[in-house]
Design a protein around this ligand. Sequence first.
Ligand SMILES: Cc1cc2nc3c(=O)[nH]c(=O)nc-3n(C[C@H](O)[C@H](O)[C@H](O)COP(=O)(O)O)c2cc1C
Length: 304
Amino acid sequence: MDLSCLFCRKHYRQPVPGRIFQAGPGRYVPHLQEAFDHLDTGLSQITRPFFSLLCTLRSATCLPGANRLLYYPDCYNEYFTDNLSAGMTMKLLAFNGSPRKKGSTATLLRHAMDGAGAEGADTEIIDLYDLRYQGCTSCFACKRIGGKSYGHCAVQDDLAPVLQKAETADALLIGSPIYFSLTSGMTRSFLERLAYPYAVYDKPRSTLFPKKIRTGFIYTAGASDAMVTEMGYDRSEKVTEMAMARIFGACESLWVTDTVLFDDYTRYESSLFDPAAKKKHREEQFPIDCKKAYELGARLVRNG
Ligand SMILES: Cc1cc2nc3c(=O)[nH]c(=O)nc-3n(C[C@H](O)[C@H](O)[C@H](O)COP(=O)(O)O)c2cc1C
């Protein structure tokens, strides 16, 4: 059992009855009182009564002997943001939606991780193609009022622990190659499982994700910049970006075009491409794109 505190992410070996409050699988607050104290003193404008008004009680269960847990998503955001300046380590979780572990997408993600690392963040890349999972099965357990999976994906496969981990991250970055004009199928299936459970079908289109975090995409395409615009790839991904922003928080995308498909173009039917032009682009433009990825990674975890 992962006993990491929602607020400070300190790890605890075992629950301490009466002290650790459980807020769903893997989400614990061992010292809620300290959080209250901090909110009262450090966060100035949010006074306790207003704070209480903001509270949303969600899927909270208690360990034996523990007090009732109230889970405060809005105030948690404030607490969290405030604590960044107090030296908390940010965690950037990235997902490689390409089957190629040394391809353009993976390379760019690694540069993004370097950028985040330089800002002092913890980073991790998860290769989606190493996992066995499927897309949303439309069971709607995540939407069932009072259901035990409300707000969370109920499907138990390799993605289940990954989705739990994503909920504790401070920033998410998803890299995908463009396959047949859209993200790769594995990326799409991942996004369905990651984002849909948090999206509430209510009038304000609210989200159940417990905090506001930054998110980003790195898309890589074999087509040129001009073709990406002409074919409208970036337009369709704009919709995904908007949904991510609504569910998780600010979202930005980096498009890297004219990428390399083959190591040796002479061995594959590829008369559409000019191998010399591809090589030149790789040598001249790709390092610039890697730098942009580095800066994106840094931005995702930077305070303010
Ligand atoms: C199945 C498949 C479909 C592809 N479809 C497109 C496409 O529609 N448009 C495009 O620009 N590139 C397409 N590509 C090229 C990849 O998007 C591009 O080479 C990408 O950068 C590969 O990323 P990777 O090196 O990380 O694997 C396709 C590649 C594959 C394997």
